[in-house]
Design a protein around this ligand. Structure first.
Ligand code: BES
Ligand code: MN
Ligand code: ZN
Length: 495
């Protein structure tokens, strides 16, 4: 895939297709107006006839317009002019890119009306165009035996108009890296759990470290995990025939020794619930319970690819949660790596058990900040649905940074309160605390549990249970929250 900037002369540009925006009032964007005059008013005529209403989500492909070099023009709806914002631009290009992938068009110039520069500057515009293109081209790595349809022809996208070409080109490069990271995350998460096991994730991390010379991987096997005294992680793993793995990825791109950002991913490659077995409907979706781990691995390849001036460590706790004969039972008590004891009242609350040991492991890096990413609770899906991830933490500035990154990346999260009252619900008569606190406020009590292992570190938690994948006819990984994490990291790197 090639991304570049177009400058002058849209009408004479040697590409297969010009992508132009139309407003709902039947009004052309300014680039579209210039093309309209080049082709003798054909676009206006077509709008006057009512052939295209400019509604968001609408596209119309035209061929062989006179007076222009491109063989095609693709109109895409921008909605109402006064409501033109970053998100309407994104939507217009999303549907246009999808339409292009269904044709044999291989090169195009994107020339939509841009929202106010304060909303979308050259860098973010270019980054968005590249990111969206990557998502449009993504195909699930399915195991269907029928011959695969040929891949989309689209291989060159030019973006404009931009004021600062070099800045836009950097946006395109960052966006392309983001798209690649999202594809990696989605590929890993979409794999079935009989393929994507903890060992598979570890091998994948090793392979990625081989490919990027600035990325180091270390994998702890079961004896090494035992040496680290990760009793809670091992309690989850013990019901499965798949051995656990603890993965450490490290990227050092900062000049002087800098305290690292530590990203921690929940890597439950299948969550059956364990002895507290889940209901059958939708249980297959628990193969996505390693989405946080996939996002962490993807984020590390992104920083390595872009050689960002940062120090980043990725920790992945990879286990399978199964109800085998040796499985942990409700009422069992495990001792975490931190020394704190946990009464496991519900074996389906396993994410927090593996994360607590991973968060404790993060301490040795003396981190500047720790962010864990996890499909942690159904309660978060009830609270926020599928549009916002949940965010909580013990450091308001860090939480705010993530909220802002999510807005800029159109991959938003929403803060839930993490105040001391909720700790009541985790009281246990037999251990330091229980691993569940009842149904009420379930996303918050889960975070409260994690908070017991992060004292003294700047920490935030992203609950991505509602956003990391889709169910139903569109079942599959969404690639979220990689855009949010990428923006957070790029922002820290000064982009
Ligand atoms: N992986 C699930 C959370 C989840 C639920 C993710 C739905 C995506 C969609 C997690 O391990 C879990 O089972 N959580 C329990 C916690 C409960 C037992 C306190 C839940 O949310 O039901
Ligand atoms: Mn569970
Ligand atoms: Zn889970």
């Amino acid at each position: 895939m090639e991304f570049a900037v177009w400058t002058k002369g849209l009408a004479t540009l040697a590409v297969d297709c010009l992508v132009l925006g139309v407003f709902e009032e039947g009004e052309l964007g300014s680039e579209a107006r210039s093309i309209d005059s080049a082709c003798g008013g054909r676009l206006k005529k077509l709008l006057a006839r009512g052939d295209f209403a400019g509604r968001p989500g609408e596209t119309l492909l035209l061929g062989d317009l006179p007076g222009i070099a491109a063989t095609h023009v693709l109109l895409t709806g921008l909605g109402q002019r006064k409501q033109l914002q970053r998100r309407s631009y994104r939507k217009a290009w999303t549907v246009a890119a999808a339409a292009l992938t269904r044709t044999r068009i291989s090169s195009c110039a994107v020339a939509l009306e841009r929202p106010d520069a304060r909303q979308l500057d050259d860098y973010h515009l270019a980054r968005m165009v590249a990111e969206v293109t990557g998502s449009a081209l993504y195909r699930i790595n399915d195991l269907k035996t029928a011959r695969k349809p040929p891949p989309p022809a689209l291989s060159k996208v030019l973006v404009g108009p931009v004021r600062r070409g070099a800045v836009a080109q950097r946006g395109l490069d960052d966006g392309a890296a983001l798209a690649a990271a999202m594809s990696l995350q989605r590929d890993l998460a979409n794999l079935p759990a009989n393929v994507c096991t903890p060992v598979y994730l570890a091998e994948e991390a090793r392979a990625l470290a081989k490919r990027h010379s600035n990325l180091k991987a270390r994998v702890l096997d079961e004896p090494a995990i035992r040496k680290e005294k990760m009793g809670c992680l091992l309690a989850v793993a013990q019901g499965s025939h798949q051995p656990p793995r603890f993965i450490v990825l490290e990227y050092q791109g900062s000049k002087k020794q800098q305290q690292p950002l530590v990203l921690v991913g929940k890597g439950v490659t299948f969550d059956s619930g364990g002895i507290s077995l889940k209901d059958p409907p939708g249980m297959d979706e628990m193969k996505f319970d390693m989405s946080g781990a996939a996002a962490v691995i993807a984020a590390l390849t992104l920083v390595a690819q872009l050689r960002l001036p940062l120090h980043v460590v990725g920790l992945v706790a990879a286990v399978e949660n199964m109800p085998g004969g040796r499985a942990v039972k409700p009422g069992d008590i495990a001792t975490s790596a931190s020394g704190q004891t946990v009464e496991i009242l519900n074996t389906d609350a396993e994410g927090r058990l593996i994360l607590c040991d991973a968060l404790h492991y993060a301490r040795r890096f003396n981190p500047a900040a720790v962010i864990d990413i996890a499909t942690l609770t159904g309660a978060c899906v009830i609270a926020l649905g599928h549009h916002h991830a949940g965010v909580m933490g013990n450091d308001e500035a860090l939480v705010r940074e993530l909220l802002e990154a999510g807005k800029r990346a159109d991959d938003r999260c929403w803060q839930l309160p993490l105040t001391e009252e909720y700790a009541e619900q985790l009281k246990s008569n037999f251990a330091d605390f229980a691993n569940v606190g009842g149904r009420d406020g379930g996303a918050i009590t889960a975070a409260t549990f994690l908070g017991k292992f992060t004292q003294g570190m700047k920490w935030a938690h992203l609950d991505i249970a509602g956003t990391a994948y889709q169910g139903g006819a569109q079942k599959g990984s969404t690639g979220r929250p990689t855009p949010l994490l990428a923006d957070f990291l790029l922002h820290r790197a000064g982009r």
